[in-house]
Write a protein that binds this ligand. Structure first.
Ligand SMILES: *[C@@H]1O[C@H](CO)[C@@H](O)[C@H](O)[C@H]1NC(C)=O
Ligand SMILES: *[C@@H]1O[C@H](CO)[C@@H](O)[C@H](O)[C@H]1NC(C)=O
Ligand SMILES: *[C@@H]1O[C@H](CO)[C@@H](O)[C@H](O)[C@H]1NC(C)=O
Length: 456
């Protein structure tokens, strides 16, 4: 306070005054609103139509012209604060002082906020004038990653997705993945011996071997439910294959997500061993009977839908007036990391469940054979990497020979981010190198799935 007063009485250069005002304005009593005296650069000589400060949702003027014209558009403090004109202002920065914020050709005024990708930016007064000041969160879709991936031949291409744009990386990890760390589960699960198969084809797609029996790509929405979605999808595929297509009944991921709540976290993720235990012990109904709806609209983002089918009770389908059988699976089993074992299992019994670590660049995958691009991500991450586990179905394999000098073996995987993502909802990932752990946690289930009719 003292400093402000002495600066005022000595009529120091305005630049100095301004710095004091900035530093001490918070401790000053808000007795009267200041306009020109708060303006970086203060008042301006002559007629200067750019010499303004925000006043409510409009502007008022602080140039010398105001002293003569008594224009109603002049700021109320112009007479008290601008009489010592002309004043020459020593610029504080090499840039001319700005009285508003400019972003992509649009002007924003003091206090205005806009969202740029996942960050909120506000036009605020800074030493050099008004500047857009933005939050510093790491966004899920980053232009730097897209450009870095696409500018090199990485074997795959990246793109922007409207439905992922605006989310933070943190939200993506929490709301687009959803499998809790698999280590304890896998450790406790017995691996089965796979009968070696001699002549596995070079490429294989479950959808061609079992047309119409493999479940479509799902959309988990803004809900970390891959633990439930991948479990019911693999169970559905195996059920259809084992029954020779007689039981082509997509099973309800919502049933599992909403009802398997014990030590599971719903849309914040779940454990696969508990999911499989639930399907085995209590069974799930069909998707038609209990359709998926979590994470589908803004308002329900955080909502955990309560279970509509209590475990031991016979209840009609939540979706319609009929009833549905509950389908139980047999215990799941683990397949070794060996590429030939995984292939043999898919070839004989159908799609498997795979859990892998999703890295920052995966969200923008648009097509090709995915492989983590460490350099692209490092350059765009300010050191804030964050990965999470995600479960998907591997439905086949193949070899990409687009580039004749390096052929790329891959797995074909079905993701659960809708068909707009990736290659119609699928992605291919490099095979045989345990990329992102994709070969580490492979789970299958026998197709001898029992059905128990519900009594009512
Ligand atoms: C601006 O004018 C007000 C009175 O309207 C006065 O109290 C204040 O000290 C002046 N500020 C400057 C920087 O001259
Ligand atoms: C990504 O898509 C969103 C929504 O369509 C758009 O607003 C944004 O400008 C795009 N970003 C880039 C980097 O292309
Ligand atoms: C209701 O659910 C049953 C059992 O899954 C299904 O067969 C039937 O088609 C469903 N009806 C409608 C209108 O969705």
């Amino acid at each position: 306070m003292d400093t402000t007063i002495s600066a005022t009485t000595h009529k120091s250069p305005l630049a100095v005054l301004f710095v004091f005002t900035l530093v001490f304005s918070t401790s000053m009593t808000p007795a009267q609103s200041q306009f020109c005296s708060d303006r970086p650069g203060g008042c301006c000589p002559g007629r200067d139509d750019a010499c303004t400060v925000p006043r409510g949702d409009t502007l008022c003027y602080c140039d010398e012209f105001c002293l003569r014209s008594k224009d109603p558009d002049c700021c109320p403090d112009v007479f008290n604060n601008c009489t010592a004109l002309p004043v020459t202002v020593a610029p504080l920065s090499p840039n001319p002082l700005k009285s508003d914020c400019l972003y992509k050709g649009k002007h924003y005024f003091a206090g205005d906020s806009i969202k740029i990708n996942c960050n909120t930016c506000t036009c605020l007064l800074d030493v050099g004038g008004y500047e857009l000041q933005c939050e510093d969160k790491v966004c899920l879709i980053r232009e730097e990653i897209i450009n870095a991936v696409n500018s090199d031949s990485n074997g795959w291409l990246a793109r922007n997705y409207t439905f992922l744009w605006g989310l933070t990386l943190e939200e993506g990890v929490r709301r687009r993945l959803g499998t809790l760390k698999p280590a304890p589960f896998v450790a406790g699960m017995k691996e089965i011996a796979i009968e070696q198969m001699e002549d596995l084809p070079e490429s294989f797609d479950s959808r061609q071997k079992w047309p119409g029996w493999i479940e479509d790509v799902m959309d988990q929405g803004n809900c970390g439910s891959s633990w439930a979605v991948s479990t019911t999808s693999v169970a559905s595929d195996r059920l259809a294959i084992q029954s020779m297509g007689n039981m082509k009944l997509p099973l309800s991921a919502q049933n599992l997500l909403s009802c398997n709540t014990r030590r599971q976290r719903g849309c914040d993720g779940g454990h696969l061993d508990r999911a499989w235990y639930y399907v085995r012990k209590y069974g799930v109904v069909t998707d038609k009977c209990y359709p998926y709806k979590s994470g589908m609209d803004e308002s329900s983002k955080m909502e955990r839908y309560p279970c509509m089918l209590p475990r031991h009770q016979s209840t009609p389908c939540p979706h319609n007036d009929t009833t549905s059988g509950k389908y139980h699976s047999s215990p799941p089993y683990r397949i070794s990391e060996k590429e030939s074992d995984i292939k043999a299992e898919i070839f004989k019994n159908g799609p498997v469940q795979a859990t892998f670590l999703v890295k920052d660049d995966f969200y923008s995958y648009a097509g090709g054979v995915y492989k983590y691009t460490r350099e692209a991500v490092k350059g765009a991450s300010k050191g804030k990497l964050r990965s999470g586990y995600h479960s998907v179905r591997i439905i086949g394999w193949g070899v990409d020979r687009t580039n004749p000098s390096s052929s790329l073996p891959y797995w074909i995987c079905a993701n659960s981010w809708g068909t707009q993502w990736g290659e119609n909802g699928l992605f291919r990932i490099i095979r045989g190198q345990n990329e992102c752990g994709i070969e580490s946690f492979i789970v299958g289930v026998w197709g001898d799935i029992d059905m128990e009719m519900m009594r009512h």
